[in-house]
Design a protein around this ligand. Structure first.
Ligand SMILES: [Zn+2]
Length: 255
């Protein structure tokens, strides 16, 4: 699947999807519709013309500012578009066309949106995690790890994290993990199965600890105000999805 024409097409298509993900990231936490109205500048409210909506290029062409009010456009827009373009090209190259590619790309898009919204708003919208769990489970009938592992994944991911959240609340009398994290890990379970879900949780906790300790050490904040856990779950799930099976195979060789 290394035909350069197909790879370029996958990247361009990914950039367009990334542009739509930016709309979701901006509008979902604000409770706004993702299909209407057309994109406008948040500064001057002027509706954007087609050449201001071209993924990645518009940002460069406009110098990162609105054409009329000169308000700075968030770096998030070109970054998400470039990341999604790279994901689509890499997915096409790695999986080739088929249901597994479709499933992993949908999963990846959900993770990108959840990561960005949780980072900014400390929120993991149900409108992503709940349909995501259903879609992941449906794909598991034709994709690895199969529906049984996916079903156990939903129960282990959602149930396990729910118990951890409850336990933390009982002991510390404050909320460490939200129900959004619980539903997000259930979605990871549906797409990846229970083994890679446990790996996701381990990777997320590990990354969270490293960055939390780093923030305390550099005096940028306490553990309590470290980044939201959903951002780490997204990173952990992305790593588990891409190289997790290899990591598990390598680890199990020692048993
Ligand atoms: Zn403007």
């Amino acid at each position: 699947m290394t035909d350069p024409f197909a790879l370029t097409f996958a990247a361009l298509f990914g950039a367009l999807i990334g542009s739509f993900l930016n709309v979701c990231i901006h509008r979902l936490p604000r409770g706004a519709s993702i299909v209407w109205p057309a994109s406008a500048c948040p500064g001057c409210r002027r509706e954007l013309s087609w050449y201001e909506n071209v993924p990645i290029f518009s940002y460069a062409f406009l110098g990162g500012r609105c054409r009329t009010c000169k308000m700075a456009i968030s770096m998030r827009y070109p970054l998400i578009e470039a990341l999604t373009a790279a994901m689509f090209a890499a997915g096409w190259w790695y999986y080739g066309p088929g249901p597994l590619l479709a499933s992993r790309l949908i999963f990846g898009c959900a993770l990108i949106v959840l990561f960005a919204i949780d980072l900014e708003h400390h929120l993991l919208p149900n409108v992503i995690t709940l349909p995501g769990t259903v879609i992941g489970f449906m794909f598991s009938f034709v994709n690895p790890p199969g529906w049984k592992d996916a079903l156990i994944g939903i129960l282990v991911g959602g149930g396990g994290l729910f118990l951890i959240a409850e336990g933390y609340y009982r002991i510390r009398h404050e909320e460490g993990l939200g129900m959004g994290d619980v539903k997000m890990l259930a979605m990871v379970g549906a797409f990846l199965g229970w083994q890679l879900t446990l790996l996701t949780l381990m990777l997320a906790s590990f990354a969270g600890t490293i960055i939390g300790v780093g923030m305390i050490a550099t005096g940028r904040g306490t553990m309590k105000y470290a980044l939201p856990f959903g951002t780490f779950l997204a990173i952990g799930a992305a790593v588990a999805s891409a190289v997790g099976q290899g990591m598990l195979d390598w680890y199990l060789r020692f048993w």
